[in-house]
Design a protein around this ligand. Sequence first.
Ligand SMILES: Cc1cc2nc3c(=O)[nH]c(=O)nc-3n(C[C@H](O)[C@H](O)[C@H](O)COP(=O)(O)OP(=O)(O)OC[C@H]3O[C@@H](n4cnc5c(N)ncnc54)[C@H](O)[C@@H]3O)c2cc1C
Length: 410
Amino acid sequence: MNILIAGGGIGGLTTALALHKAGFEVVVYESVRELRPLGVGINLLPHCVRVLTDLGLLKTLAGISVETSNLVYYNRQGQPYWTEPRGLAAGYKWPQFSIHRGALQMALLEIARERLGSEAIRLNRHLNRFEQDGEGVTAYFADKETGAVIETARGSLLVGADGISSAVRSQLYPDEGPPVYSQNVLYRGTTRMPPFLDGRTMAMIGSLRQKMVVYPIGPPDASGGALTNWVANLQEGASSLTERDWNRRADKARLERLYASWRFDWLDVPAMIARAQTVYEFPMSDRDPLGQWSFDRVTLLGDAAHPMYPIGSNGASQAILDGECLTTCLLKHGTNAAALMAYEADRLPATSRVVRQNRAKGPDEVMDMMEDRFPNGFTPEEIPHQELAGVMSRYKKIAGFDKESLNAKG
Ligand SMILES: Cc1cc2nc3c(=O)[nH]c(=O)nc-3n(C[C@H](O)[C@H](O)[C@H](O)COP(=O)(O)OP(=O)(O)OC[C@H]3O[C@@H](n4cnc5c(N)ncnc54)[C@H](O)[C@@H]3O)c2cc1C
């Protein structure tokens, strides 16, 4: 019997590729009628690039992304206080990539179709519900628009990789309710503009009260414009935006006003916002870590299992690590409940730590630290290098990408 995966996002498609490579039969059921390159930029950290490299995807990724050179933190006056090389430049065996989420999903889709066959990636199949018995799982897939069940599938296992509003999770936890809103709203956009700094740097500016993250996700085109991703994070408090829709458009004039003074000699933030084609808004949310993901032959993966704040570049990366671990456990134990328990035993505590650490600001703790201490700027001698280094290195260990232990896996 096939392994059934609900959700053809980053986690679902990567898991399908990993399982297929390991010799399992797998079918992905994706809710939407057509997968389109939605979203803006995301980062793939070296720990998940190791997994993608093992799947033979390194060259493809390198062709559609920017290899991140440095992560630099600035205060709201544009003064840098922390610079660290990333990926290969930092001595990792694998690079870090900044990439358009949609471009990554489209590349994974194409490769999955080639390797698994197009019948194994089934669109317009929204998981409604499932049932299981000692032998397997029966899943019911509907046309999301009409609600009519159009396919019933029987599989040995069901993996819920169906994102932050997971139907698998809500069947397992019917009383859980909506995601937990963080009082912050993310405004996400892309702008084609001349590269800033070395053209490969990720810049974090401001504090968690008002922040801007900027990094390029494509090389410069013939006219010199590089597709540049940015995310403005504003502490909005109570918000009427409750529905978690990744594609909801926002008013950029308000953002331009809020960031009007953020003009630095290395980046003009208001001009970047003004030149963005579309701006999307998303209430930054996560969910409380669960005590259990695996229920006999059904388990959760990626955002369905552990939605987290997009802090520290770990959302997509952790979903990819889940896929690798699940495959390893199935190889070891077979397609059964014991494998899913082993997967949970490894990944649930690991990802819960990241969810909690991101709630506690993750590496971006340094931003509030610097703004609180030096609201009007600092002199180079005042930068608390040791303290900043402590925060950054602690986060890498928690999220599983400290250089020594990661390189030892290669
Ligand atoms: C349209 C979209 C845009 C995004 N944009 C950004 C972004 O700009 N920045 C960012 O940091 N993160 C973004 N994300 C989230 C990011 O992709 C994830 O946090 C991360 O990659 C983990 O991947 P995942 O596969 O667990 O979840 P996702 O990538 O969210 O994938 C879940 C998939 O499951 C499908 N699905 C949902 N319900 C069902 C169902 N009942 N049955 C079958 N399939 C179902 C969805 O259509 C989706 O394709 C976006 C997600 C989506 C879906």
